[in-house]
Design a protein around this ligand. Sequence first.
Ligand SMILES: Nc1ncnc2c1ncn2[C@@H]1O[C@H](COP(=O)(O)OP(=O)(O)OP(=O)(O)O)[C@@H](O)[C@H]1O
Ligand SMILES: [Mg+2]
Length: 228
Amino acid sequence: MNDRPIALDMRDVRKVYRVGDSDIVALDHATLSVERSEMVALVGPSGSGKTTLCSIAGGILSPTEGRIVVGGEDITGHSESQLTSFRQRKVGFVFQSVNLVPFLTARENLLVVDELGRRTGAAARERADELLDDLGLTDRSKNLPSQLSGGQRQRVAIGRALMNDPELVLFDEPTSALDTELGAQVMELIRSEVTSSNTAAIVVTHDERITDYCDRSVNIVDGKLQAA
Ligand SMILES: Nc1ncnc2c1ncn2[C@@H]1O[C@H](COP(=O)(O)OP(=O)(O)OP(=O)(O)O)[C@@H](O)[C@H]1O
Ligand SMILES: [Mg+2]
């Protein structure tokens, strides 16, 4: 762990997708900093660039222009293999569609991270069990995803995203498949995990209630960011 306060620093990022003969500007000079323990809501209409921003911040996509530093590591010029290593060490993702490995149990879905990540063996199992406990899933740790409820699956995905003590966790509409009550529970869990693990988070949402759990909101319209 380092104690740099800024977990994510995105400067003047542009992303242009080329489709056929036309260019789609998905991010237009986006600048955003997120501190450790800070949770930022990213709010905007469909197609405004939210997923693109998360993908670039997490090193899934490279920007067309601009600079991205995560946990002190400048990833702007990283090669594919450097980005793969970066993602394993520093980022967690939770997507709307949960993407658990269907033939692994809840606990194994957390442990799969350790094959790629920083802990191995007993230390990884201890971390997985601690997270499953925090997430209220200890008695479901041997269940397969198909034997879990939607909210439980989402909690496993959150645990998996936190396995490696990431600098930055990116939540792309984490509660959109959940009802109001479960959505609130999941947001409370996210909030407490972010605070206790001193990580930074961006939460994409269309839901005003979710912004209440965040420290601040940033709006995005046509790829341009503005403070809410
Ligand atoms: N791989 C791609 N190739 C071309 N255009 C893309 C690609 N991915 C996204 N876009 C376009 O870029 C813009 C931003 O897309 P993005 O997925 O970031 O929006 P979003 O805010 O996440 O939307 P939603 O709320 O619907 O998920 C949209 O106009 C979209 O059509
Ligand atoms: Mg999206």
